[in-house]
Unconditional design. Sequence first.
Length: 75
Amino acid sequence: MKVSIKVKPNSKESRVEETGPNQLLVKVKAPPREGKANLEVVESLAKYFGVPKSRISITAGLKSSKKIVDIEGAD
């Protein structure tokens, strides 16, 4: 399943919010440096969808706040 996400780094708490069909807002505490925010995004999405982190990959937007994420095994 492909999901479009918007990432808000440096948030007070980490959480995932639905903003529309196949669109999510992912708030993470980590700063957007050295891939730290991307790692926390993957962890947050794994917890949200109940899948292992290895099943989540960022397919577009590695250095952008808008990303496309592929999640295997989530419907």
